[in-house]
Design a protein around this ligand. Structure first.
Ligand SMILES: [Zn+2]
Length: 293
């Protein structure tokens, strides 16, 4: 049995997958706010309760909003800041009395969609989260690529090509892809261009309904997404790019973006497919379970 845990800023979710990949159990609890040890104990409590209920012991994989430093073993780049600088894997292993695997939540998304999701059976997969932030993960032949710095796929903090970079990202760099392609980034662009303050989800629905200002914002978004993904295609040359996160529900992206990215890709034709996630919100927790083969 594989247990996957998605440790998010507001909730911690667990899933148990049987040998056939079927869901045996799924539970969630609120994340203890700002309390590291309480967070560790909440994860351990979910694992213990699941194993008691199912009468079996499982492997444990945990998806986190950050990365584990390969040199220090401490958590970095986490937006749940109480995790930063903590030896999370060591502490979970001590409480759970077994080896635990940790991965970034965008990596878990990519792994889930490559394992039995939208890109099942495809050799090279780039998974992208377009939500409150922008993250990415790379799976090659069913295996997650972590990288020497544990940042493989962190495309959200590359500079957006073709823009004048004035704004500074929370990460301290200027003009990050995330500043344009996250939900707040889409809303900020609309505000700059039209003076109107609308959340991303309303810009999407008004654009579809024929509002010209919203439509123009969505077209700028698609052009930027195409430019930014073309850079990934030139380096990784993936078979599929799978989109997840709130903005991935804009169906128009799957037609419009591949129409635009050819101009920037160094190839006469582009066979890379742009796909919508299959597992939606469940991808993070499913991918954490898949950290054990
Ligand atoms: Zn950044």
């Amino acid at each position: 049995m594989r247990l996957g845990v998605d440790l998010g800023g507001s909730k911690i979710e667990i899933i148990a997958l049987g040998d056939d990949g079927g869901v045996l159990l799924r539970e969630r609890v609120p994340t203890p706010q700002g309390d590291y040890m309480a967070t560790v104990m909440a994860v351990a409590g979910l694992v213990a309760a699941a194993e008691l209920k199912l009468g079996a012991r499982g492997s444990v994989g945990v998806g986190i909003p950050g990365a584990e430093s390969r040199t220090s073993g401490l958590i970095k780049n986490a937006n749940s800041t109480c995790l930063i600088g903590q030896p999370l894997r060591r502490d979970l292993q001590a409480v759970l009395q077994r080896e635990v695997r940790l991965a970034n939540d965008a990596n878990c998304f990519a792994l889930s969609e490559a394992a039995d999701g939208a890109a099942a059976g495809m050799p090279t997969v780039f998974g992208v989260i377009l939500g409150t932030g922008v993250g990415g993960g790379i799976v090659v032949d069913g295996k997650l690529l972590t990288g020497a710095n544990a940042i493989a796929g962190e495309w959200g903090h590359n500079p957006m090509p073709g823009e004048h970079h004035k704004d500074t990202c929370y990460c301290g760099r200027k003009g990050c892809v995330e500043l344009y392609l996250s939900g707040p980034g889409l809303a900020a662009d609309h505000r700059r261009e039209t003076g109107r303050d609308l959340p991303a989800v309303e810009i999407a629905s008004h654009g579809t309904a024929g509002d010209p200002g919203c439509e123009a914002t969505l077209q700028r978004y698609e052009a930027r997404l195409a430019r930014a993904l073309a850079q990934v295609i030139n380096i990784l040359d993936p078979d599929a790019i799978v989109l997840g996160g709130g903005l991935s529900n804009m169906e128009r992206l799957y037609e419009n973006v591949p129409r635009l990215w050819g101009e920037q890709v160094f190839s006469d034709q582009v066979s890379t497919r742009l796909l919508k996630h299959r597992h939606g919100d469940s991808s993070g927790v499913r991918g954490a379970a898949w950290l054990w083969p």
